[in-house]
Ligand binder design. Structure first.
Ligand code: GLU
Ligand code: ZN
Length: 299
């Protein structure tokens, strides 16, 4: 099936450490969804946060993806896309949607309220000019923002209540994840398939795309793999890295975790796995709820 440019998926790891079972679910789900629909699939390294980066992680991630049989049509690095983010910030500034914020963490903790999404910034600095050394915030809207997630259904968010004016450029000049992600996903990605831990940020990203008059992709948020204590598997909770030497059992476990029917016979290699399963991928079978993997995928 020839893929049109709008049929492009992506996997967007941050190079803060090696991939773990939770990352495999996002990689596998986005890959299966792209490949089974004839779409292209890109790897985007989200390296706009140098202080959090781990030396060598970006190479290790690509080696692991290769060992697991993923084949990408393109490789992007956010660190090489600053011009686009600067252009987007300029546009927001011209539209008078951003302002400079000099609040310290302490001040925010003292003045902000909390929502399920975290702190709600009360807009203390609204109207302040921007300056390179200040954080930049975008004015959040009070209108309900609605989108249909292909796994979790209709989502409604009121940004002014859930996050308040949120940061698009951090103090010290780093671009914020929402800005970079919104701009990059609008640049040819037709469908974003990723973990539901990122679901709460989707509204902010769509909001930015709307302000910037950019297209918005379709979203599908996959269930999050929980550890033994019901916590999300992540680098922060020391989820064990994927083992490059043994990809097949881990691929099978991730496939089962996403509610997919097992291949007829035990695959001999990752390539064999992909050949056998790609035609059977069914997004409708993906569970909506976060849960613990039933197979010992990462013991
Ligand atoms: N790089 C971010 C992460 O790994 C975002 C990924 C995404 O938007 O898919 O959490
Ligand atoms: Zn402020």
């Amino acid at each position: 099936m020839p893929a049109s440019p709008s049929q492009t998926g992506r996997f967007a790891p941050s190079p803060t450490g090696p991939l773990h079972f939770g990352s495999l679910i996002a990689a596998l789900g986005s890959y299966a969804q792209a490949r089974s629909t004839g779409a292209r699939w890109l790897v985007r390294i989200d390296d706009i946060d140098p202080p959090r980066e781990m030396p060598g992680a970006s190479d290790a991630i690509l080696r692991t993806l290769e060992a697991f049989g993923f084949e990408w049509d393109g490789l992007l690095r956010q660190s090489e896309r600053s011009e686009r983010y600067i252009h987007a910030l300029d546009q927001l500034e011209q539209a008078q949607r951003v302002y400079g914020c000099t609040c310290s963490r302490k001040q925010i903790a003292a003045t902000a309220t909390r929502s399920a999404a975290g702190w709600v910034y009360p807009g203390t600095c609204r109207g302040m000019p921007t300056a390179p050394s200040f954080a930049h915030r975008v004015v959040a809207d009070g209108n309900p923002l609605l989108f249909v997630d292909r796994v979790r259904g209709t989502q409604t968010h009121i940004l002014s209540e859930e996050t308040g004016d949120f940061i698009v450029r951090r103090r010290g000049g780093w671009f914020a994840y929402h800005l970079a992600c919104a701009v990059d996903d609008a640049d040819g990605i037709g469908e974003v398939v990723r973990g539901a831990d990122l679901l709460h940020g989707t509204a902010a990203q769509i909001y930015l795309q709307q302000l910037l008059m950019l297209p918005t992709p379709v979203y599908a948020h996959l269930p999050v793999a929980l550890g033994n204590h019901g916590n999300k598997l992540s680098k922060q909770t020391f989820a064990p890295p994927l083992r490059d030497a043994e990809p097949v059992p881990q691929l099978l476990a991730a496939w089962a975790f996403l509610g997919q029917a097992p291949p007829p016979a035990r695959p001999a290699s990752p390539q064999d796995f992909w050949r056998n399963v790609i035609g059977t991928w069914n997004l409708a079978a993906v569970p909506r709820k976060d849960r613990q993997p039933s197979q010992p995928a990462y013991a």
